[in-house]
Design a protein around this ligand. Structure first.
Ligand SMILES: NC(=O)c1ccc[n+]([C@@H]2O[C@H](COP(=O)([O-])OP(=O)(O)OC[C@H]3O[C@@H](n4cnc5c(N)ncnc54)[C@H](O)[C@@H]3O)[C@@H](O)[C@H]2O)c1
Ligand SMILES: [Fe+2]
Length: 387
């Protein structure tokens, strides 16, 4: 059944090794005179952002670099970034980094044109005016933030994780340069890669899926299945880095079009309560939730199994669906994902509180193909503890 859908998204995408050095030209196309660059401090230190920053200078653009952000940032950090942009009268905002830096750039862009602070806009469609145009250069092959309408923030003080969501959050331009991901540490490559796989799989099995998101999701699953092990095995394998960056991009498109599901809802409290990185939380939870969901749509799981791995033609649909879940367990194990939540040293007695919090992550819960209650989520957390 094809339901009604509306598509909207990133306006311009540039892909290829070395394309980051065209950033200055891209900013000029947007009429930039003064550019705010939100860049991850570790990425800055690794030196991979140099060609992009130099291109801004070469293009004669005033450049303000803001790198005072922490991993999975607080909303107040976006306020600081916006303040730096206001001071410089920035007319274009650039994000260089993983989801943390890209989300900060997206939030700073709308704070330059809307009153108030980032916390005021956490929710859906609270941003009323378009922001300054945003160019995103991802350095993890993970979140797909370069194409989504979300900027996620963590408020440690009241254990809350939530996004500024709305159409004005879409970046204008995504610049995908695999060279920027070469310095991404092995474990971050693995966990953010499984985050991307989670986007694709949750979008493909989402109750809000449409034919376009389906296509994007299956391409993403195939690219990640083919390249994640290779990228983790050797971070300098540029072909694998290319495949992963493209895979995460397709997965981001699928997520922006169809949403995510219970894995993401369950990952949020682990981030909010215990600072578990987004990718790591999803990566541990994904196979457990897939196992729970498989009976809701075995045909979709069979499709995903075929995309993810080479499976014998002789398999029945049910066998393929089950093989899909097994393949996700084995991919996670090969790339070093902890097999259970037990390894993350989290307090098991908080399960009930996490389950209740996860139920409040409304859209992912509504999109999940199998209905869930707080009790179901609690028993999924229990399974994921493994002991
Ligand atoms: N906007 C969205 O659509 C969306 C979707 C999913 C998640 N998120 C959010 O994105 C954030 C997570 O982003 P992430 O998973 O990409 O991780 P991240 O941006 O937090 O980066 C993880 C770590 O890797 C380092 N790093 C990243 N790239 C590197 C590189 N090339 N070289 C060296 N070090 C590098 C960073 O410094 C950081 O310490 C979370 O806040 C999450 O909630 C957003
Ligand atoms: Fe995610």
């Amino acid at each position: 059944m094809v339901t009604q859908f509306t598509l909207e998204g990133v306006r311009r995408t540039i892909f290829g090794q070395g394309c980051a050095s065209e950033l200055g030209a891209e900013a000029k196309l947007l009429g930039a005179k003064s550019v705010l660059v939100v860049v991850d401090p570790n990425v800055l230190e690794a030196g991979v952002a140099e060609p992009a920053l130099k291109s801004l200078e070469d293009a004669g653009l005033e450049t303000t670099v803001f790198s005072g952000l922490t991993r999975e940032p607080e909303p107040a950090e976006a306020d600081e970034a916006a303040q730096a942009g206001r001071g410089a009268m920035a007319d274009v905002v650039v994000g260089i980094g993983g989801g943390s830096a890209l989300d900060m750039a997206k939030a700073a862009s709308v704070l330059l044109t809307n009153p108030g602070k980032a916390v005021d806009y956490v929710g859906l469609d609270l941003v009323k005016e378009p922001g300054k145009p945003v160019i995103c250069l991802p350095t993890t092959a993970g979140t797909g933030s370069e194409v989504t309408f979300t900027a996620v923030f963590t408020r440690r003080s009241d254990k809350f994780k939530g996004g500024i969501n709305g159409r004005f959050l879409y970046p204008h331009t995504a610049m995908l340069d695999p060279l920027l991901t070469v310095t991404c540490p092995e474990y971050v490559t693995a966990t953010t890669g499984i985050d991307a796989l989670t986007h694709a799989m949750e979008a493909y099995t989402s109750l809000a899926a449409n034919p376009i998101s389906d296509n994007n999701a299956l391409i993403a699953i195939a690219l990640i299945g083919e390249n994640l092990r290779k990228a983790v095995a050797n971070g300098e394998n540029l072909e694998a880095r290319e495949g992963m960056l493209l895979g995460a991009y397709y997965a981001g498109l699928a997520l922006a079009q169809a949403g995510v599901g219970a894995v993401h809802a369950m990952a949020y409290p682990l981030g909010a309560f215990h600072d578990v990185p987004h990718g790591e939380a999803n990566a541990v939870l994904l196979p457990y939730v897939l196992e729970y969901n498989v009976m809701a749509c075995p045909d979709r799981f069979a499709d995903m199994g075929r995309a993810l791995a080479e499976l014998p033609d002789s398999m029945t649909e049910r066998e393929l669906a089950e093989a899909c879940v097994e393949e996700v367990y084995s991919l996670g194990s090969d790339v070093g994902i902890p097999p259970t939540l037990h390894e993350l040293k989290l307090p098991k007695d908080e399960i009930k509180a996490w389950a209740e919090k996860a139920m409040t992550v409304a859209r992912p819960i509504a999109n999940n193909p199998r209905k869930v209650t707080a009790e179901d989520l609690a028993s999924l957390y229990e399974d994921a503890f493994g002991v």
